[in-house]
Design a protein around this ligand. Structure first.
Ligand SMILES: [Zn+2]
Length: 155
């Protein structure tokens, strides 16, 4: 609705009638510097996320990710990533920033792919690997992968 105050006014009409101030007019009357300051102030009001390099066993590489401990952290991360121009391609984490609750520890984590069910914690990954090792299907799949890798290495 940016650049179309008429449509914005219609949308938010119930708010004005309820005695709220005209935030659309306020915004459009504001200078560029004023708008930037307002956006900056809002973003600073969000809690800071601790970021760090974490080894992702799923992706098999180091990823720069937030340490998320709640769904709120995750939501802030998703919002910040969505509005930032320098947050990196979303394909870095499997096409989108989706969240999961780890099947082993219950912790919230940023998924590296849609099917990831364990977080990247080393302990949880060992749980994952043990379960996989006991599973015939996964053993068979793993054998196929091993054969493929061996083939690639040989050629
Ligand atoms: Zn976990």
């Amino acid at each position: 609705m940016d650049g179309n105050p008429g449509k914005a006014k219609d949308t938010y009409k119930p708010l004005f009638e309820a005695g709220g101030k005209d935030i659309c007019k306020e915004w459009s009357d504001m200078s560029d510097a004023g708008q930037a300051e307002r956006v900056d102030r809002f973003m600073r009001s969000l809690p800071a996320l601790k970021m760090g390099v974490q080894y992702s066993t799923g992706a098999g590489k180091l990823l720069f990710l937030p340490y998320v401990s709640s769904v709120f952290d995750s939501a802030y991360y998703a919002l910040v990533r969505f509005v930032s121009v320098d947050a990196g391609a979303t394909s870095d984490t499997g096409g989108k920033t989706s969240l999961g609750a780890c099947k082993a520890c219950g912790g919230i984590f940023v998924k590296n792919g849609n099917r990831q069910i364990y977080c990247d914690n080393v302990m949880c990954q060992s749980v994952r690997n043990n379960r996989k090792a006991n599973n015939y299907y996964h053993r068979k799949k793993q054998q196929e992968i091993d054969n493929f890798i061996e083939e690639v290495i040989r050629s």
